[in-house]
Design a protein around this ligand. Sequence first.
Ligand code: WTA
Length: 648
Amino acid sequence: MAESIYPVPADWADNALVTAAVYDERYRLSLDDPDRFWREEATRLDWIKPFTTVKDTSFNEADFGIQWFADGTLNLAANCLDRHLAERGDTVAILWEPDSPDEASRSITYRELHEQVCRFANLLKAHGVRKGERVTLYLPMVPEAAVAMLACARIGAIHSVVFAGFSPEALAGRIQDCDSRIVVTADEGLRAGKHVPLKANVDAALGLHESGVDTVIVLKRTDADVPMVEGRDIDWTDGVAAQSADCPAEEMNAEDPLFILYTSGSTGKPKGVLHTTGGYAVWAAMTFQYVFDYRPGQIYWCAADVGWVTGHSYVVYAPLMMGATTVMFEGVPTWPDASRFWQIVDKFGVEIFYGAPTALRALMREGDDWVTRTSRKSLRLLGSVGEPINPEAWEWYHRVVGEGRCPIVDTWWQTETGACMMTPLPGAHALKPGSAAMPMFGVKPLLLTPEGEVIEGAGEGCLAIADSWPGQMRTVWGDHERFFQTYFTTFKGLYFTGDGCRRDADGYYWITGRIDDVINVSGHRMGTAEIESALVAHPKVAEAAVVGMPHDVKGQGIYAFVTTNVEVEPNEALRRELVQWVRREIGPIATPDIIQFTPALPKTRSGKIMRRILRKIGENDLANLGDTSTLADPSVVDHLLAERPQPA
Ligand code: WTA
């Protein structure tokens, strides 16, 4: 099939903030003279004390370190709130749409948000929260999630947001890892009309392990009757009522930590990705303005959850830094029906919509009518994030949702990168469906062979980044060595992304997906090792290996190979039990799609599981299993193939 190309529409080519000529000039400057480039871009923020040095970074072992704007000081909450008050205090900062269309939406102005943040920050302080302390947030998609994040930033506390879909076990691990003494949650969350027992999950998490948590702040969302622990639990509303609306913003160094966000890697437990203040802020704000061509007054909606990095950077921080009106949606795209997204677009007059391919694929399956019965005339730009978007979904998004008039920015980035790393810019780059197009300013992508040879020109290989950018993560919380080992040793002196990538003859980049043991299920990133360790924690399971498999809607599904203990008879009941078990251990996002029981896993003579073979079985690419002769028992593979179940 010939590759389609969509040229930059004429009005964009003429009027965008970044046109083709501007992109070329600024991109070159960003690499040739980073000092000058970033000095210019950093003026987007209000600094308390201006920085004198821009960049002090090295990816080499001998002098490894990453610092940006290191001697400057600023406060990110003040950049999101205070500095807007004089000019746009009455502008809507957050437009909130609840799960159910029958409930009223809320709109919160910058002035109101500022006041709420100050009160909540004072409540945190009243409970002893100090600069540098970790505060765990386990909240639904309600404005108070943004309030709590900004309140932490205001007083210099480090927030660790845990996605509200995670289980008590997963929550407990994250609370423990960053040694958090305080948890902010809600009585319940609401999703597609279902109640999510958040407070009960917190109680369960705190009962699981010895925990140092002495304070739990509870927001009322549904007014469910939740037991409150005397001396530990505080009602949000009662708590803030007693607080003053005046809370000075702490002067933070650019390199002071801003937040921790746990994400999955190819090995071990999820790692606490640490972002700091100044570089992250510059990077998030700049990319937001250029990628979405954001102009003051426009209504912008990023449909991600604040539990993920996309929600941190593009629901909360970047739009608020730029004085935008950001829409926050509590619910799901398909409830009460598959028109929900587009009804919200019409209700608020959304001009920029940024969503995930998995949602688009789910909606595409429901048919065009759910879309076309809505107006969507306000839309001018569409975005995609979180996983590769297949050209079919891209075309549908472009033709049906955007009626052919809205460019699509397919933004590639990671929790580790803080904000967008590669994307077409709507006024600068012709679009190729499925391609993340071009690097953002300051980003120098490299493709390498697994042996570390740099691939020039067109080709496919492992994607690495040659030099630091301001929004790069600074460390893994509590394990700096792991940070270095994970990202900077595969290719010496380079940041390795874990992704595979192709570059075409026009220099466009095409992300092909993870090449490590990380899988991306409905845009949620998971380590196969985490799911394996959840499975083997079950008393009837001896061994487990998990791989990704192609899935029409989720992008990737979860395929688990399980060996039971000898005395156990694997059957349908056990399969169901294991599915529930994993959901309980990690959360519903980790629900296995296939569990295949097998008397043995394919292993080398030295006892190492040959994951390559399992991956091929997962992908149903049975003709390319490769050499199986080095297996201790090659017949294991025949058995696996004969018994391969089909997805439900
Ligand atoms: C994948 C989400 C293709 C990629 C912001 C990356 C993408 C991982 C895209 C990071 C995209 C993200 N095209 N793949 N536009 N965006 N990915 O940390 O594999 O949740 O490494 O960050 O998602 O996932 P994370």
